[in-house]
Design a protein around this ligand. Structure first.
Ligand code: S3P
Length: 441
């Protein structure tokens, strides 16, 4: 029986997970495949595409800009590239829904166009900071206006941008990617220096589309005016979606739980390192040949129930596990001893304030914790309590607390879960298939 999408979930306490699971395609890579496919000459074929609300918002925006996109199957997409000068102004504001990545990358893509654009989003996105992208684009000559740093974002198209060397104040793949996308159309060599590595999907995919992107230390360099050639993109399963089942496996896989075809780009897999440091039994089997097809490393991951111990998270691993920290906090709540995360201020400006949202939910479950300005301190416990937890409309908070039920003594009810469809359509079914007692209410 399939679980109808509901506004809240009830998850029964305890139980075990096992079996073989697949999770949907990578969100970051799916957004980029659509955008680069649109700018390329020729037809790009994407397989393993994430047909979640966020990536569909990107697809709809590109369609409104005159790009023809076909869906031979739900996760197969054909993008008819229009080339660097082929986009047309949209007749209405582009609605990016809940998708921060879509809005920020589109700012870079739209800034050098010969037409004006306006970007809007849902209530959560309209609260999120956009100035971090507007600033470097303005340095390139773009004319972009935010509303007190937030959307709506108004872009006066400026076809003659100039290349800059931008040093990112925080490690952000979205800002880096927006500058690179604008740099494609700028005169001269665009350079971006990062304070710490962030996910590198844009660089990898630009190369797959035939663009030369040089990399030396923490600096990327790319000449403007290079053309993109259509290609095929095999999107691996999203490590960030697999993360919920990695933690579920560590907490409750009496029999092994196998996750297949997962993207294991080292700029994404900080959670693996963190769980291994806590004592988790996780084994990777690299899939050979996958790198060539997707420009991304791919592996099957096997996980077994493990006794975890608390750790102090090195700040260098924070950008590499940024989206996985909500579910990591659940692992920490079930570990022996204390766990400390600092340097995670970025969590406060995601789809929700994830530090506050996780602290509130952990409080409901009776977990001893302290909310810090840039992190969270947690003392792990043998078992968690139950109760009613608010996801604050944030997909990753909702899924993290569903996993927590494996170690709870009473049911956990999670409110406001509709946005799980932004990144993980079918999560409820996959969770039930794995063994979680999840019912949509
Ligand atoms: C993303 C980058 C990250 C991440 C987000 C997706 C991307 O944000 O949190 O979910 O696809 O580029 P930052 O750019 O703020 O690090």
């Amino acid at each position: 029986m399939s679980v109808a999408p509901g506004r809240s979930w009830r998850v029964t306490p305890g139980g075990a997970v096992s079996g073989t699971l697949t999770v949907p395609g990578d969100k970051s890579i799916s957004h980029r495949a659509l955008m680069l496919g649109a700018l390329a000459e020729g037809r790009t074929h994407i397989s393993g595409f994430l047909a979640g609300e966020d990536c569909l918002a990107t697809a709809r925006a590109l369609q409104a800009l005159g790009v023809r996109i076909e869906w031979p199957a739900e996760t197969e997409v054909r993008v008819h590239g229009v080339g660097p000068a082929g986009l047309k102004g949209a007749p209405h504001p582009l609605d990016m829904g809940n998708a921060g990545t879509a809005m920020r990358l589109m700012m870079g893509l739209l800034a050098p166009q010969p037409f004006d654009s306006t970007l809007v989003g849902d209530e959560s996105l309209m609260r999120r900071p956009m100035e971090r992208v507007a600033v470097p684009l303005q340095m390139m000559g773009a004319r972009i206006q935010t509303h007190q740093g937030r959307p709506p974002v108004q872009i006066r198209g400026t076809p003659h941008l100039r290349a800059i060397h931008y040093s990112l104040p925080v490690a952000s793949a979205q800002v880096k990617s927006a500058v690179l996308l604008a740099g494609l159309a700028a005169a001269g060599r665009t350079q971006v220096t990062e304070p710490a590595p962030s996910r590198d999907h844009t660089e990898r995919m630009l190369r797959a589309f035939g663009v030369e992107v040089l990399h030396a230390g923490r600096t990327l360099a790319m000449e403007g005016g290079q053309e993109l050639c259509a290609t095929t993109v095999a999107v691996p399963a999203d490590f960030s979606s697999a993360a919920f089942f990695l933690v579920a496996g560590v907490l409750g896989a009496e029999q092994p739980l196998l996750l297949t075809n997962i993207g294991v780009n080292p700029t994404r897999t900080g959670l693996l390192e963190l769980l291994l440091r806590m004592g988790a039994d996780i084994r990777l089997q690299r899939r050979s040949g996958a790198d060539e097809r997707s420009a991304e490393p791919v592996a099957d991951i096997e996980v077994r129930k493990s006794a975890l111990r608390g750790i102090t998270v090195p700040e260098s691993l924070v950008p590499l596990s940024i989206d996985e920290l909500p579910v990591f906090f659940i692992a920490a709540a079930c570990a022996r001893g204390e766990t400390l995360v600092r340097g995670a201020l970025e969590l406060r400006v995601k789809e929700s304030d994830r530090l506050a949202a996780m602290a509130a939910g952990l409080g409901v479950l009776g977990v001893e914790h302290q909310l810090l300005p840039d992190g969270l301190w947690i003392r792990g416990a043998e078992a968690l309590g139950g109760g009613a937890v608010d996801s604050f409309g944030d997909h990753r908070i909702a899924m993290a607390f569903a996993v927590a039920a494996l170690r709870a003594r009473a049911p956990i009810e999670i409110a406001d879960v509709a946005n799980v469809a932004t990144s993980f359509p079918g999560f409820a079914d996959t969770a039930r298939h794995a063994g979680l007692g999840l019912t949509a209410l």
